[in-house]
Design a protein around this ligand. Structure first.
Ligand SMILES: Cc1cc2nc3c(=O)[nH]c(=O)nc-3n(C[C@H](O)[C@H](O)[C@H](O)COP(=O)(O)O)c2cc1C
Length: 273
């Protein structure tokens, strides 16, 4: 079993770096055969150009950067830990640029979907990170991972995370990830979405909400939200649902667009564009 800590901060000896190095050591101690830290900063990742040749021409992405080297590094992992700092309530831009390469990555990674993964968001302070877990877990879900655990560790200056109680519990979390064997979700009440750990919910009507990341319905309960097993096992990012979305929406955008092309040209003339 190969374990990877995937670090999305540029800071050497920063909080994510230190947690990543600790986690790889704990992974070895928990039974992984090998473990390594993979640093996003070591890969040149450019912005998706939206050309869609990866979909319509079935070619690899035409951008000449390190995307596939990075995907190879991720693909080698049997267990994956993503660690990312909060930047202005969100994720660092480079991680978002990697997320935006989802379509190229999908075709490359789809046969290795279902990896157990965990994520840590590093934030300087409480109330300044509500989007972090949904966003880093969106990355993991769109790269086909199954999220076993996800949490915030606090730390501003480099190394401050080492003073946190949550860091002291890291060996237990890593052991849980290493030992994880997938079983179907059961219905239960939770304060966060069990799929992506989001605490942000979209109101549908009355006491019915849904998670905006994975679309799982959530019904207000006394101490959190009630999640039904049938919904938890059928969320937006299951292998089956991503495949359906790819085949029945993304691939079909081309003929759909072609059928509207004349009308678009007419409108462009009307608007002088
Ligand atoms: C550009 C920038 C924006 C930041 N924005 C936030 C923020 O919105 N919320 C927060 O809690 N911390 C924020 N921080 C603090 C970092 O998340 C924190 O210092 C973290 O420990 C950095 O991780 P690192 O040491 O691995 O780089 C920000 C830091 C930087 C450099």
């Amino acid at each position: 079993m190969h374990f990877i800590s995937f670090v999305a901060s540029e800071r050497r000896n920063g909080n994510c770096d230190l947690l990543g190095r600790l986690a790889t050591r704990y992974a070895k101690e928990s039974g992984a055969d090998s473990s390594e830290v993979v640093y996003l900063k070591n890969y040149n990742i450019e912005q998706c150009r939206g050309c869609l040749s990866c979909v319509f021409e079935k070619t690899k992405c035409k951008i000449n950067d390190d995307l596939y080297q990075l995907l190879d590094a991720i693909q080698k992992a049997d267990r994956l830990l993503l660690i990312a700092p909060v930047y202005v309530l969100s994720v660092p831009g480079k991680l978002k640029m990697l997320l935006d390469r989802f379509l190229s990555a999908y075709d490359y990674l789809k046969d290795s979907y279902g990896k157990p993964a965990m994520s840590i968001g590093v934030a300087a302070l409480n109330d300044w990170h509500q989007f972090q877990l949904p966003l880093i877990n969106l990355f993991l879900l769109s790269f086909g991972c199954h999220i076993v655990d996800s949490f915030i560790v606090y730390g501003a200056g480099p190394g401050e995370v080492l003073l946190e109680d949550r860091t002291a519990e890291l060996p237990v979390s890593i052991q849980k990830l290493i030992d994880y064997r997938r079983t179907a979700f059961q219905s239960h009440v939770s304060k966060h979405c069990p799929i992506d750990f989001s605490t942000l919910f979209e109101r549908i009507e009355g006491t019915n909400y849904r998670c905006p990341v994975c679309l799982t319905p959530a019904k207000v309960a006394e101490d959190g939200y009630f999640f039904h097993a049938k919904d938890l096992n059928n969320h937006r990012w299951t292998t089956q649902k991503i495949q359906n979305h790819y085949i029945n929406w993304i691939v079909k955008t081309k003929p759909r667009f072609k059928s509207k092309f004349r009308e678009i040209l007419k409108k462009r003339k009307t608007f002088g564009l």
